[in-house]
Design a protein around this ligand. Sequence first.
Ligand SMILES: *[C@@H]1O[C@H](CO)[C@@H](O)[C@H](O)[C@H]1NC(C)=O
Ligand SMILES: *[C@@H]1O[C@H](CO)[C@@H](O)[C@H](O)[C@H]1NC(C)=O
Length: 214
Amino acid sequence: MEEKKKDLLRRLTIISIPFVFVAIPSIVIIVGMLSPHAAEPRDAAAEAAVPARNHSVSMLSTMTGGQMILSCRAAFSGNWEYFHYFILDPYKPQRAFFQPAAEPYAILCKWGYMGNFLQDVVVFNSSAAYAHLCRVDEGGCRYLFQDGHMFLVTGRHATMAAPAHSREKTLVGDVLLRDCVHVLGVFPTVCRYKPHDNPYVGKIIGRWRWWFNY
Ligand SMILES: *[C@@H]1O[C@H](CO)[C@@H](O)[C@H](O)[C@H]1NC(C)=O
Ligand SMILES: *[C@@H]1O[C@H](CO)[C@@H](O)[C@H](O)[C@H]1NC(C)=O
C-alpha cells in the first residue's frame, strides 16, 4: 500500500514537470506579449526621458608637428574603465560620447605629442562647475590644443532662435614641449623643455610609463 502511494507520487511528479517548466512559463510569456504595456520596453522609455545624461568631449589640435594622442579612461565608484583613444591629425576634430554612470565621475587621459608625455589630464569632472556644459544638449565640451596651450571651449554660437547662447574659451593650461638641438651630428641630441607660462595640464611621464601604465 505504502509502495503504491509512493509510486503514484513519483508519477505525478514526473507528469507535473512539463507543466512547471514549459506550460506555465509559456502562459506567462503569451499573456505578457498580449498585455497592452508590452509594446514599450521600460528601459528605453527611461533612457529617452533623460537626454541630459548624454555628454560629449571633442578634441582638436592645430599643432602641426605630428599626431597628438589622448588615451582616456573613466574613473568612478573607486574603479575605472577604458573610455576612448583619440588620435588627432592636425585640424581634424574628434568627438566621443558618454553617459556618466555614477557621481562623481571623471575622465582622465594620457597625452602624447612628439615624444612628450603627460598623464592625468582631466577632460571631464562631474564635480566641476563646467560639467553641465559637457552635456550634448548644451553643446558639449571641446578641447583645443593650440600653440602649446590647452583650451576648453563650451557653449554654442548665438543664433536668431537662441540669441542668449554664447561660446566661451578658457585656458586649461600648457602642454609639454621640447626644443632639441643636434650638435654637429657627433654629440647626442640635446633637448630641453620649452619655457611655458601656465601650469602643465598633467603630470610629466616618460615613454615607458606612457605605454605600460595608467
Ligand atoms: C548622444 O548624442 C549623440 C548626438 O546627438 C547621438 O548620436 C548618440 O546616439 C547619443 N547617445 C545616447 C546614448 O543617447
Ligand atoms: C573633481 O573636482 C573636485 C572638485 O573641484 C575635486 O575635488 C576632484 O579632485 C576633481 N577630480 C579630478 C579627478 O580631478
